[in-house]
Design a protein around this ligand. Sequence first.
Ligand SMILES: Nc1ncnc2c1ncn2[C@@H]1O[C@H](COP(=O)(O)OP(=O)(O)OP(=O)(O)O)[C@@H](O)[C@H]1O
Ligand SMILES: [Mg+2]
Length: 304
Amino acid sequence: MSAHGDAMVEIDHLGKHFGSEAAVQDFSLAVAAGEFVTLLGPSGCGKTTTLRCIAGLERPDAGDIRIDGKTVTSVKRAINRNPEHRNIGMVFQSYALWPHMTVFDNVAYGLRVRRAPGSVVRERTMRALELVGLPDMAGRYATKLSGGQRQRVALARAIVYEPKVVLFDEPLSNLDAKLREQMRIELVRLQKEVGITSIYVTHDQSEALIMSDRVVVMNKGVIQQIGDPHSIYARPVNAFVAAAKDTAKLKSRSGISRRCASPSPAATVFRRGRCSCSACGPKTSWFMPASRTAPMQAICLKEK
Ligand SMILES: Nc1ncnc2c1ncn2[C@@H]1O[C@H](COP(=O)(O)OP(=O)(O)OP(=O)(O)O)[C@@H](O)[C@H]1O
Ligand SMILES: [Mg+2]
């Protein structure tokens, strides 16, 4: 019986050193099925290392990892399952599509190496392309796509074999600001539509606050705070998290974020979206309910 109930990904006391340097220390987190959790922290704080341990690409030196109730890593019990046995999709910053393949073949690749029958390959690949809004681009070469389209192909490729968990390592950082904002919306929509459990890495506070059900703030390999976006923003537990919050506040002076006193009624229905109250303006703001139980409190983040 799991200590974390029905969590999809359970990480207990994970640790990883590179030589004498601790990249990740005593990291424990339970991610529920369908949840979107973001690891937020500055460069070098251990975000990628944590993801790579979950994916099986890095061998930790302490801790346990369970996915869907099955132990995939246990240092004490000498278990370390290969990445292909973890049923995890991954989207990285450099989404490296095969340039000599069409969009269809890029997405179908993961199914073909798993020896899926031709009819399944065709059906699932087209469904994944429809989900990311690119069914008409199936025959186009990956080199003939825009940045946002390539990013969507990378997403389709990560979800095509219907993994239970998708790991995202700064997948939007190569995109320009406008496209990044658009892709954030699409990614969250897709994530909720498909119901994929997601662990997302970013060092961008606004991105973490906008997209996540919960945020894990990290510094120097150590978790500083885990909470929903509102509690991270409103109740930082220490100076480091407060500094992250202050950065968001600082941005608010230049028009990026503000507390919204009167979020639109839609805020009670949707967890994320545009705030249409008169103070925020209809075009550029987001509302973000504080929690599932107090949906009328919101933080609006305005991107330039
Ligand atoms: N293969 C490696 N060999 C040695 N040290 C490593 C290796 N990979 C990561 N590190 C070190 O571990 C620490 C954590 O690195 P990691 O890549 O996890 O950080 P990060 O939070 O993802 O940073 P960024 O935001 O810059 O991507 C860093 O100090 C880094 O130098
Ligand atoms: Mg990284």
